[in-house]
Design a binder for this molecule. Sequence first.
Ligand SMILES: [Zn+2]
Length: 451
Amino acid sequence: MTNQGSGELTSLLLRSATLIDGTGAAPQPGIDVLVRGDNIEAIGERLAAPVGEAVEQIDCLGLTLMPGLIDAHCHITFGEPASNDELFHHRPPATSMLLAAFNVQKLLRAGVTGFLDADCIHDLGPALRDGIASGLVAGPRMASGMNALLTAAGGTAGRLIPDEGTLGYARTVGSIDEMVRVTRQQIKYGADWIKIHVTGLIPGRSGELSVWSLDELRAVCDTAHALDTPVVAHCRNADSTRSAAIAGVDLILHASHMDHAALEAVIDAGASIAPTFTFLANLADHGHTVGASAAQVDIFRDEIEATAQMMRAAFDAGVRLLCGSESGFSLTPYGHWHAREMELFVETLGLSPLEAIGCATRNGAFALRLDGRVGTVEVGRLADLLVVDGDPSIDVRVLGDRRRLRHVISRGQQVELSGPWPQRQTLPGEKVGNWSRQLLTWDLVHATDGA
Ligand SMILES: [Zn+2]
């Protein structure tokens, strides 16, 4: 899909584009950008083509050139399950890896040139990341966590989370000693980030509850930071967001229902947030078309409304917001929704399209641990770029429409966009067969008998 490993790197000269550089600066028309290898080498008006080397010139007149998108919350190994049961019990490791390798190419095709997979099933992430980096698999730049650390109270999957040991993406840790040991082990085996589920869903209790103590969070953060590794945490209530920030968590996912105390802690600690409204909005806006339950639709709509105002306050206070789609579930299939978070930042937080684009590009570099090296179109930055037919500085939704992507450049090489979208059949044992969607009562069967 990309020309990695061919040995012959062709420089690219993108001509006459309208440039959105990702820094927040206004779009500039008539700009040329020269890419040599994985490097943006020159930017200016009417650049001279380098002589004595292969240069492909790409006419971008009337098109917008901008940094590639960075999805800060993407579960590439999950394989689009429709339920937690399917996610935890129908995904053998080898199959999951094949599926991830199949799916990750779709991100590039959708203009995503970088992503963070904070927690992956069967600890597959680092091997996939390395496979992409070495050219075995076509995919974007990837940063990876391993299993998410959970306490015995569980995470988002209620009682499917085991009391100890590992299952799917979950690693249940029972004591501070074990938290410290597993953190060190994960770093040894290649984790770029350590992921904690600070809140968990406990059947019969409303919302998610904080299931980690401050001391426990601190133990993981201190251990990871001592080994130069950042920590990312799932926090779906105000209290967890506050304690995660105080403990030193670097990137908070969701920060749902954030209150003033939590925001203050986030600001004081300099933590970043990826709200990940996309999953919630997909369920709230479109869940009915794919058979989601009405109760779930309401919960998720409320969560966006309850969170948006404080998230805007966070943005105004200078908190770095990142765009994440939570792609990887049946409600967020790969390659379809990576740009929607920008749209939601505009709609629900009142950000300008350029501000939202900055969240998905410049700010996203933090998730890749490449802050200041990728995510903007500036001389000396890594060469991840998009060329799109439309003006995302006016309507950011054009970035969600793959038909408008003219060129995707990943690590300095063009991604092939013209082939058919990757298709596959259901794998044996992959799907959970439901016996029915409702109870087969006697009344239901006889309701039309006129009795
Ligand atoms: Zn997630």
